[in-house]
Design a binder for this molecule. Structure first.
Ligand code: AMP
Length: 545
């Protein structure tokens, strides 16, 4: 017997329709590429998303045709989130930090038909447009008077000219909720990038989940600043969860330096912000150097790379801002776990609480996870045993676009997505990443967590960023070294830093050496590029060898 409830498909258009009706005057504030602040409401956003949908219909774009964006976080980008997907097309968010050749490759692979870009990225578009034959329309996300006279891009139109004349009325189509809605290419460090193709169903369920109290806890009372980019994994789904909750949204545009982010937080009464550790470090540096305080910011989600415990304490003790450590992946839409305490932890001392809060967190309902050993057997949830982390759930990838299914089958024939991360899970379900499986360091048959070694170095006041890598050793197989970029003007010697490790980790895990560099190489999504780092260290020999 089937249930007798209404079977309404979960479609992205329903989110913006809901926001317009229930939170029509809810504010959306954006710092634009031009530098000024733009303000409007969900009502305006919904109307302009419908104008965009009309334009795409007018161009004769078919259901599931791809429309690409190359843009910062801003209101026009958010209109694309709803206008493109809502009308049945697929929004392909392109990461502008990729190499232009890679951008051309993914635009061709996705067969994008339209590409809308912020003027910051005009040089990229000038470099790639001739190599992208599927794109029949290039649109600059700017006012008509900002369009350069001679861009060299045939038929270039300003977004405002493009949608300006289209009607603001539009009936959002109804279709299968499993239809594709948006896509994002992974920033794979080897081989060609692979695309996760999200559906309306996966996106809507993820939006519900992201808003839960033990996840981002979003509400209509919040003012939310997504510093995480809309060009990578849909800014952790915040634009969708925002429409679902009616919160105020504040977009930082291209200005991601500490000063600009701080000023926006204060000016717009931001209560909640989300970003990767490197951006939050810039914010902390600015606030510390200028002796400032936050007057409204209460909580921040930090993820994408391991959040150093020193950053969690700096925010919490110095500024009363709670840090929620989050873990996820492009292939997971992206949220998988978030770290919040349980009721029984509230009676614990601060140090014990901190011990929990530095982990990557508990699974969100909708995400099942397990860790398996090299033999594929599940490892216990005891906080000690580690293994390859596998996940499954309705917003987790089944197969790559035009590609293979990476799923591995368990003994019951159930498919799990291998995350490539190595982790422990404790008895309360808190997962902690120790490494990417390819970065694991094995010394004398024992594993050393590079994240643990990095976190200790990052707690030193002179260290801006630290990367731990394994170096070949004839007796121990591998020994860790730590590569360090110092804060501008700060001093720390090799000996001082090695002494700093004493008592903080087992003696045999203390790195054999410290290598100072000007900067740690970062990939297109702000993560440390250990492959590049290893290339830079070619020829390096451990001391005494
Ligand atoms: P991406 O698909 O580019 O978002 O990268 C996903 C990968 O980033 C994960 O598989 C992890 O290796 C890493 N990652 C994301 N969040 C965290 C975190 N909180 N701690 C450690 N690693 C993380």
């Amino acid at each position: 017997m089937l249930g007798l409830m209404q079977n309404q498909p979960l479609l992205i258009s329903t989110l913006i329709t809901f926001a317009e009706r229930n939170h029509g005057d809810g504010e959306i504030v954006s710092r634009r590429v031009e530098g000024d602040i733009h303000r409007y409401t969900y009502r305006d956003l919904a109307r302009r998303a419908r104008q965009l949908a009309n334009v795409l219909d007018g161009m004769g774009l078919q259901f599931s045709d791809r429309v690409a964006s190359l843009a910062w976080n801003g209101y026009r980008h958010m209109e694309m989130y709803f206008g493109v997907s809502g009308s049945g097309r697929v929004l392909h968010t392109v990461n502008p930090r990729l190499h232009p050749d890679q951008i051309a490759w993914i635009v061709n692979h996705a067969e994008d038909q339209v590409l809308c870009f912020d003027m910051t990225f005009l040089p990229i578009v000038q470099a790639v447009h001739a190599k992208c034959p599927t794109v029949k329309k290039w649109v600059a996300l700017c006012d008509a008077d900002r369009l350069p006279a001679d861009s060299g891009i045939p038929g270039l139109t300003s977004y405002e000219d493009w949608i300006g004349g289209a009607p603001g009325e539009y009936d959002w189509p109804t279709f299968d909720e499993n239809s594709a809605s948006s896509m994002c290419y992974t920033s794979g460090t080897t081989g060609n990038p692979k695309a996760a193709l999200y559906s309306h169903r996966s996106t809507t369920l993820h939006a519900y989940a992201a808003a839960l109290p033990d996840v981002m806890c979003l509400s209509a009372r919040d003012s939310v600043l997504p510093v995480v980019p809309m060009f990578h994994v849909n800014a952790w789904g915040i634009p969708y969860s925002a429409a679902l909750t009616g919160c105020k949204v504040v977009f930082p545009g291209p200005a991601l330096d500490g000063k600009s982010v701080y000023e926006l937080i204060e000016a717009e009464g931001v209560t909640f912000a989300a970003g990767v550790p490197t951006v939050w470090q810039m914010l902390l540096n600015h606030v510390q150097a200028a002796g400032l305080k936050f007057s409204t910011l209460g909580r921040t989600v930090i993820g994408g790379s391991a959040c150093p415990p020193a950053m969690i304490t700096a925010f919490q003790d110095g500024y009363g801002v709670s840090v929620l450590h989050a873990w996820g992946m492009t292939e997971m839409s992206p949220l998988g776990t978030l770290c919040t305490l349980k009721n029984k932890h509230l009676r614990m001392g601060r140090d014990e609480q901190m011990h929990i809060l530095q982990k990557q967190g508990r699974a969100i309902y909708g995400v099942e996870m397990k860790i398996v050993g090299a033999d594929g057997k599940e490892q216990p949830w005891d906080g000690k045993a580690y293994g390859d982390l596998l996940v499954r759930g309705p917003w987790i990838l089944e197969r790559y676009y035009k590609g293979e299914s990476p799923l591995v089958k368990d003994e019951h024939g159930v498919g799990w997505f291998p995350t490539g991360d190595v982790a422990t899970i404790d008895a309360d379900g808190y997962m902690q990443i120790t490494d990417r499986s390819k970065d694991v360091i094995k010394s004398g048959g024992e594993w050393i967590s590079s994240i643990d070694i990095e976190n200790i170095a990052m707690a030193h006041p002179a260290v801006a960023m630290a990367a731990c890598v394994g170096m070949p050793h004839p007796k121990w197989d591998e020994r860790p070294i730590v590569v360090v970029a110092r804060r501008p003007g700060a001093e720390v010697t090799r000996e001082e830093l090695l002494a700093f490790y004493e008592g903080k980790t087992a003696k045999w895990q203390i790195p054999d050496d410290v290598v100072f560099v000007d900067a740690i190489p970062l990939g297109a999504t702000g993560k440390m590029l250990k492959t590049r780092l290893r290339e830079q260290l070619a020829g390096y020999k451990l001391p005494g060898l």
